[in-house]
Design a protein around this ligand. Structure first.
Ligand code: ADP
Length: 550
């Protein structure tokens, strides 16, 4: 017998319609890419303009399932493009502009993008790649007529002119909720980037789950500033969640330096933010140098790579801001686990609570996870046994776009597919998960594993260390041994010996890095994570002092 409840499809258009109806005057504030001034309007106006844009795209011939791409910062026009494209049944494809031009060309061709929205910053980029993207019918510059730059490109449109020519009379169509809504390529450390194709259904369910109190904890009383870019897994879903709950949104545009972000935090009374650890390094350094305090910020979501305990401590102790440590991946829309307390932790003292916050947290409802050994056998949840992390759930990818890379899933004994995350972790009896490494970064020393994340976290707790990376270096006796690569804080001094001494008593003896190298900067991926492949390449011929081979 089937239930007798309405089968209304879960569609992204319903989010913006809801925000207009119930939060029509709630603001969306953006730092403009043209000139850096502030643009301010409401969900109601955003909805009107998204409908104009949907009419404009229809007039340009964009149809159901066509891919419409963006090369853009976080801003109100990018927000409108998200809703117009998905709402009309097309696919909003966010391209990461920080990728190499060849990767962008590959991605735009692979996705068969029809139109591309372009922030002015990226005009030189598209001028350089346009003739290698023959399927793109037009480049829509996200600005008004007055700011249109001279360009040698032929098929260019002006965003404001485009929507001005159309009415906001557009009825969002109803269709199957499993229809594709947005597309995001993972950087793919090996091989070509692969597309993760989200559906309306997966997006809405992810949105419900990630807004909950034990997840990102957002509501109509919040002012959200996503520092995480809208081209990095849809800014972790925040442009959707904000509309669902009716939170005020603040978009930082291209101004991602500490001073610019801090100014917006204060002026707009931002209560919640989100970003990868590297962006907070800049902000915290700015705060410290200028002796600043936050007046409204309550929480910040940090994920994308392990948040160093020293950063959690500094946010909480120095600035009174709660860190919500979260883990996820592009293939998971992205949210998988979030670190929040249980009632039984209420009477723990501050230090013990800080200790618990260092792991990646518990699965949010909707995500099922397990850890397995090399043979695929389930491992116990005892906080010690570690193995490959597998996940399943309604917002987790089952196959990449155009079946790239074949079937990624691993079958269990019931024939159910699990997505292998590529992360190595342990899970404790309360369900808190701790990532020890990405499987390709773990250091294999004498048949045992050393966690590069643990060593990096220990290093950045040293007051003179700004950023640290640990990679495995080939060793004749142990296979691999850890090398610590360090960027010192501005004007700070520390020697190799002092740093190694700092590790004593904090990590097992055999985990001690065999050597320390100081560098001016570390390589990062297009989403701001440490680029270990590049580091391993840079240091592939490095000879450790413990390597006594000729
Ligand atoms: P990519 O880095 O390949 O572009 P993602 O942005 O989807 O793709 O990254 C997902 C990966 O980032 C995870 O599999 C995990 O290794 C890492 N990651 C994300 N959040 C955390 C976290 N809180 N702690 C440690 N690692 C994390």
């Amino acid at each position: 017998m089937q239930g007798l409840m309405m089968d209304t499809p879960l569609l992204i258009s319903s989010l913006i319609r809801h925000a207009d109806r119930y939060h029509g005057d709630t603001e969306i504030v953006s730092r403009l890419v043209e000139g850096g001034g502030i643009h301010r309007y409401s969900y109601r106006e955003a909805h009107n303009r998204a409908r104009k844009l949907a009419n404009a795209l229809t007039a340009l011939g964009v149809k159901m399932n066509d891919r419409v791409a963006t090369l853009a910062w976080n801003g109100f026009r990018h927000f409108e493009a998200y809703y117009a494209a998905a709402g009309m049944g097309a696919v909003s494809h966010t391209i990461n502009p920080r990728l190499f031009p060849e990767q962008i060309i590959y991605i735009a061709n692979h996705a068969e993008d029809r139109y591309v929205f372009v922030d002015l910053t990226f005009v030189p980029l598209v001028e350089a790649i346009a003739d290698k993207c023959p399927l793109v019918k037009g480049w829509i510059f996200m600005t008004d007529k007055a700011h249109m730059p001279p360009t040698k490109l032929a098929n260019v449109l002006c965003y404001e002119e485009l929507i001005d020519a159309h009415s906001d009379d557009f009825d969002w169509p109803e269709f199957d909720e499993r229809t594709a809504s947005s597309l995001c390529y993972t950087s793919g450390t090996t091989g070509n980037p692969k597309g993760v194709l989200y559906s309306h259904r997966s997006t809405i369910i992810h949105c419900y789950a990630s807004s909950m109190p034990d997840a990102l904890n957002i509501s109509a009383r919040d002012v959200i500033l996503p520092v995480v870019p809208m081209f990095h897994v849809n800014a972790w879903g925040l442009p959707y969640c904000a509309a669902m709950v009716g939170a005020k949104l603040v978009f930082p545009g291209a101004g991602l330096d500490g001073a610019s972000v801090f100014e917006l935090f204060e002026k707009e009374k931002v209560t919640v933010s989100a970003g990868v650890p590297t962006v907070w390094l800049g902000l915290l350094a700015f705060m410290k140098q200028n002796n600043k305090r936050f007046s409204a910020l309550k929480r910040t979501v940090i994920g994308g790579s392990a948040c160093p305990p020293a950063m959690i401590r500094s946010f909480e102790k120095d600035y009174g801001v709660q860190v919500i440590h979260a883990w996820g991946m592009t293939e998971m829309s992205p949210l998988g686990t979030v670190n929040t307390f249980k009632a039984k932790h209420n009477d723990w003292d501050a230090e013990r609570r800080l200790g618990l916050q260092n792991n990646q947290g518990r699965a949010i409802f909707g995500v099922d996870m397990k850890i397995v050994d090399d043979a695929g056998k389930d491992l116990p949840w005892d906080g010690k046994a570690f193995g490959d992390l597998l996940v399943r759930g309604p917002w987790i990818c089952k196959e990449y776009y155009r079946a790239e890379g074949g079937n990624p899933l691993r079958k269990d004994e019931h024939g159910r597919g699990w997505f292998p995350t590529g992360d190595v972790c342990n899970i404790d009896a309360d369900g808190y998960m701790q990532i020890t490494d990405r499987s390709k970064d773990v250091i294999k020393s004498g048949g045992e594993w050393i966690s590069s994340i643990d060593l990096e976290n220990t290093a950045v707790a040293h007051p003179a260390v700004a950023e640290a990376a640990v990679v495995g270096i080939r060793h004749p006796k142990w296979d691999e041994r850890p090398l610590l690569v360090v960027v010192k804080k501005k004007d700070a001094q520390v020697t190799r010996e002092e740093l190694l001494k700092f590790f004593e008593g904090k990590v097992a003896k055999w985990w001690m890095p065999d050597d320390v190298v100081f560098v001016d900067q570390l390589p990062h991926t297009a989403t701001g994570k440490l680029l270990k492949t590049k580091l391993r390449e840079d240091f592939k011929d490095y000879k450790l002092p413990t390597d006594t081979s000729p």
